[in-house]
Design a protein around this ligand. Structure first.
Ligand code: ASP
Ligand code: MG
Length: 426
């Protein structure tokens, strides 16, 4: 379960109200941070390295925002809840104040977790008002990962044991478990995180470990859509999706579900429902076993992309050993390749624009390669594309790189204002 962003909603007929209806069945509720909190925390983390005082001020704002939510929900601020929120903020304060040198990704994970810790505390206190047998669990005591901060890999054996031995008995006692998505811990007990939007993945890990009957993701959209309605017209909801199609879509950047979510569900055959907390009675999207489904075109647009071009300085062919070396470095610097193309003496990759990582990568290869970077690009992916739809999609865009394989068309594009003839002055 994931009750995302629905935390401010008091009406039991909407969103979190579904928690009550399912009380008779074993239930785990996985919460992500409240709207925009993770972005605010990211800002504050960046400031720790440049302006620690400002970082502290931003933390104060995050704290006040949550106290305000508590006030709205409860009419006052319950002392115990205030204390819990305070303690999570103090955890972050210590990290901000720490003067020894620490890696960015490590610091990020030690601070980012408070978004989920606080929201889950609030939710759990609020559910307790209605006398549910609620058990707040720190997800970091259940989900163990390696120490790849910001993109941690789950250590399945330990994690599954803990799920069975800790969560299993609580569910048998008819407790409703409230825990956090997105966050976990390393074997040394440092906080780790599973990548942005990782709460879905947490819910899938728990669902698979418990052999759940189903997993529900509660969103502010009616289900999985054929494109982002903020960016495109004529967007429709997909009623059903196969696991495979869902994996493809999320891999290409469809933000509605975290890309790693599907695999644990697929391996246990657990159906995934994507539903709207604004209209919980509506059907949403069901993602389940692969069937021969017919799909309409599905469009995914990823912004903030860069194309990195490598060309060999000595005009030697870019052959297997060059590519193997480059991929080693992509792995080392955690630069994820979204699309690629090679010619005799050059190799180009489209990646998310992460200036720090790209800079570190280039530094290592600039002796051997001439490197050029094009920024401000977008990656447009169309699954099940129809040729007729493409001109409209490419209005005011220039295509820089294009690739078609069976069901998928991918293009790296640049926004270009339409060229219009000048008004005649004579
Ligand atoms: N709060 C985290 C994020 O915003 C995780 C999630 O929302 O699933 O990325
Ligand atoms: Mg979220």
């Amino acid at each position: 379960f994931q009750a995302e962003d629905g935390i401010r909603d008091r009406s039991p007929s909407r969103g979190l109200g579904d928690v009550y209806k399912r009380q008779s069945e074993p239930l785990v509720v996985v919460v992500s941070a409240t709207g925009k909190t993770t972005n605010q925390l990211e800002e504050l983390i960046a400031k720790k390295f440049t302006a620690p005082a400002e970082s502290m001020q931003l933390l104060q704002l995050v704290k006040e925002k949550h106290l305000q939510i508590v006030k709205e929900l409860f009419g006052e601020i319950p002392a115990e809840l205030a204390q819990q929120i305070h303690e999570h903020c103090v955890e972050a304060e210590w990290v901000i104040e720490e003067e020894r040198e620490m890696a960015y990704d490590y610091v990020y994970d030690q601070i980012i977790c408070i978004g989920e810790l606080i929201s889950s505390r609030i939710l759990s206190a609020w559910l307790q008002l209605n006398e549910n047998a609620i058990e707040w669990i720190d997800a970091r005591s259940i989900i163990q990962t390696d120490d790849t901060y910001r993109d941690a890999r789950v250590q399945w054996e330990v994690t599954n044991d803990r799920i069975k031995n800790t969560l299993g008995p609580l569910l048998e006692l008819q407790k409703v478990i409230v825990t956090q998505g997105f966050i976990a811990s390393s074997p040394e007990n440092n906080s780790t995180s599973l990548g942005r939007e990782g709460s879905d993945y947490t819910a899938a890990i728990l669902s698979s470990g418990l052999g759940a009957d189903g997993m529900y993701i509660w969103k502010d959209v009616p289900g999985v859509l054929t494109a982002d309605p903020d960016l495109f017209d004529h967007v429709t909801k997909l009623d059903r999706l196969s696991y495979t199609e869902a994996i493809e879509m999320t891999y290409y950047g469809c933000k509605v579900i975290h890309p790693k979510t599907i695999q644990p569900l697929k391996s246990k055959g657990i159906p995934l429902f994507v539903k709207s907390f604004l209209d919980p009675a509506s059907e949403g999207t069901l993602i389940s076993d692969d069937l021969d489904l017919e799909y309409p075109p599905i469009v995914v647009l990823e912004d903030d992309q860069s194309l990195i071009h490598f060309s060999s300085k000595d005009l030697s062919f870019i052959a297997e050993h060059h590519l193997a070396h480059l991929f080693e470095l992509f792995k080392k610097h955690r630069v994820k390749v979204n699309m690629m193309r090679n010619t005799a003496i050059s190799f180009s990759v489209c990646v998310r624009n992460d200036p720090q990582r790209i800079k570190a990568l280039i530094k290592e290869v600039e002796n051997e390669y001439k490197v050029l970077v094009d920024q401000d690009l977008e990656l447009l992916t169309i699954r099940h594309y129809q040729d007729a739809m493409i001109p409209k999609l490419l209005e005011e865009k220039i295509v820089i790189l294009e690739e078609r394989i069976r069901k998928t068309l991918q293009m790296v594009v640049k926004n270009a204002p339409a060229i219009v003839p000048k008004k005649s002055t004579s």
